[in-house]
Design a protein around this ligand. Structure first.
Ligand code: PEP
Ligand code: MN
Length: 372
């Protein structure tokens, strides 16, 4: 993971700062994960347009799905429906674009705002293709973080768009794919969004708690956290009948639930640059906690392998302690650790502890005490 500005320190980003709500209110984008039917879009849009902070209506027209037989979006037909949404409400409309064709079709139908999805941000070729297609189109573009926790990839995508003349630029924090145990669909890793804010303070950042959460019950806490971290607003998936949604059903909420949710949030006034120190400390601590959990998982995986080695040695009538192997192991690990700048004495102590524990586990296996 790379979250710090270690490589490529010179960030070339000059986003405009005057296109967001000027009334110290959050910017809220709401609408369904996917456009499914004209009625679904119009009914949802009519309801969310009554909520004061919601000014932009979202709908996925082409959906990047993990498996090929899932609903992959309604396609161009949905752009016609979005035109109707614009005629019937005061909302602007936003869609996800993932290639050049999407951009050209959307521009034809006067889509107001574009966003780049997490699966697209990971691919510089795709982002460049979209940036080229957008050249000369003066539209706002929001860039979701890449699925993997790589801040530079996120910044790189924003730079490509900026270089193509897009100045109304923003970032959307939607969490990261990880093998860590978290209650969420995507780990928030708030520190990465905070670091982006620190590096490019004038860049607006929205939070997409829907894709972080995966379940609607987590939306209030995540949304409040985003506001506490001085984010500029939210993108929340909203559907007139969430349980029947063709994608992301369990994380979508009804318009009336969105109204309640927003009504209960505290949007703190911020000059846009300051991230509260306590929150920074808290996010660093939570990052360190999750690294510790990974460490525990890794040690437990190592011990599972050690048990298998113990069984092998038992079957082949070998001694547990093999001096040549131990000597090779410790030399190899110390060399590796020193490449990461770790203190040799400390690493040697850790390995002695690990080795002792491994011997204990293997002798349990030999004496049939271990559980399989
Ligand atoms: C979406 O917004 O519906 C979507 C596909 O999101 P993400 O790119 O964050 O997965
Ligand atoms: Mn979705």
């Amino acid at each position: 993971m790379s979250t710090r500005q270690s490589k490529n320190p010179q960030i070339k980003l000059a986003p405009k700062t005057d296109w967001l709500p000027q009334n110290n209110r959050p910017l809220v984008i709401a609408g369904p994960c996917s456009a499914e039917s004209e009625e679904q879009l119009l009914q949802t849009a009519m309801e969310v347009s009554k909520i004061p902070d919601v000014t932009i209506f979202r709908a996925g027209i082409w959906k990047p799905r993990t498996r090929p037989n899932d609903f992959e979006g309604i396609g161009v037909k949905g752009l016609q429906w979005l035109k109707k949404v614009k005629e019937k409400t005061n909302l602007k409309v936003a869609i996800e674009v993932a290639n050049q064709r999407h951009v050209f079709e959307a521009l034809k139908y006067n889509v107001d705002i574009f966003w780049i999805g997490a699966r697209t941000t990971v691919n510089p070729f795709s982002v460049q293709e979209i940036a080229d297609a957008l050249q000369g189109a003066d539209v706002p573009v929001w860039v979701k973080n890449p699925v993997n926790p790589d801040l530079h990839l996120w910044i790189g995508a924003l730079e490509r768009l900026n270089k193509a003349g897009i100045t109304r630029l923003g970032a959307i924090h939607r969490g990261f794919s990880t093998h860590e145990n978290t209650p969420y669909r995507n780990a928030p890793k708030w520190d990465i969004a905070i670091e982006l804010k620190r590096l490019v303070p004038e860049l607006p950042i929205l939070c997409d708690p829907s894709h972080i959460a995966g379940k609607r019950e987590y939306l209030p806490t995540l949304s409040q956290k985003a506001f506490d971290l001085a984010m500029n607003g939210l993108m929340i998936e909203t559907h007139i009948e969430p349980d029947t949604a063709l994608s992301d059903a369990s994380q979508q909420i009804k318009p009336e639930a969105l109204k309640d949710l927003l009504g209960n949030l505290q949007f703190r006034k911020s000059n846009g640059n300051d991230v509260p120190v306590d929150d920074l400390l808290e996010t660093l601590r939570s990052e360190s906690n999750s690294i510790d959990y990974e460490l525990i998982e890794v040690i437990s995986r190592r011990m599972e392998v050690v048990k298998k080695i113990g069984l092998y040695k038992k079957d082949h009538n070998m001694t547990i302690f093999q001096v040549k192997r131990w000597k090779h192991l410790i030399d190899d690990r110390l060399e590796k650790a020193s490449k990461f700048g770790l203190d040799k004495k400390f690493v040697k102590n850790v390995y002695q502890l690990l080795h002792n524990y491994s011997i204990r586990v293997q002798s349990d296996v030999m004496n049939k005490k271990a559980n399989f």
